[in-house]
Ligand binder design. Sequence first.
Ligand code: ARG
Length: 330
Amino acid sequence: MDLHILDHRLRVTSISRGGLQHYTHPLIKLIFLRNRTRCKFFSLTETPENYTVVLDEEGFKDLPPSEHLQVECSTWLPLNVVSNGNASSSSQAVGVTKIAKSVIAPLAEQHVSVFMLSTYQTDFILVREKDLSVVIHTLAEEFNIFQEVDGESVPVHSQDVNNGLQGNGREVPRSTLHPVLIPANQYCVMSLDPDTLPGIATTLIDVLFYSNSPKEDTNVTADLECKFFSFSLIDGYVSLVMDTEAQRQFPADLLFTSSSGELWRMVRIGGHPLGFDECGIVAQISQPLADCDISAYYISTFSFDHALVPEEDIARVTDMLQDQRKGVGC
Ligand code: ARG
């Protein structure tokens, strides 16, 4: 299998709910006006807490600094696993489940913090640029690693990078078992032809910028409904995650999903904001899912992590999480 280090230098930011109005102008440009921006990696995820924006340095230049914008200080690089067609694994599972054992677990063991972004098309594993040599050393056994430079894939050999494992005596906060929340919403993961983006523009603008009906309490504590809407435009591919209520507002003919058209339930991980330094959070959820061969999309946001699992598996996942809390395992 091949692992690509993509040619994007990413920033992870968040816009406060109240501050969104100050950013509509650059966001509209980044979403709809592809000719006006050199941004190639853009992702916007609305959660009850805030709007997470992950974007490359070109796009980042469009976001004016303000009290409403929080920026994680590191540069992150997206990794992407490409299986070269030899379906050696019997697993039908998709998403983070497929890379749980080969990528997520080894990185967690090396105390590398990741930031996950699953899309309709693929799963991006974001790692800090400064961790790259550790990442390469850790994954070189399992993968042929390529670094994309100006559109070309250059093979990377772990001998070429200085041994990143050495400096790994640094203090790492121990991974704790974070509380989870399972809202009642059903979500769908969809895509559309980027050329038809104008066809959903008014709905997308409505859902993103005007759906902000003030809730009594934005700290969702009850297992009820959870606003979660994610749009990404990465290397020309569009991916959307939304609940069925939002989906009904979109023209039915433009969005498409996988033929099975499955619905997903969400497990939100974290009681208080997770920060960016703790590692092993994704591993803790994706490992048992992989053991049970349950597909999962996984989307990290500025504050929390979100795993999407097939609706029909949510009972099994709930049991699994409960067992994990009791220390039983899957
Ligand atoms: N760094 C975590 C891990 O390695 C995942 C990201 C959690 N943080 C966040 N802000 N969503 O498992």
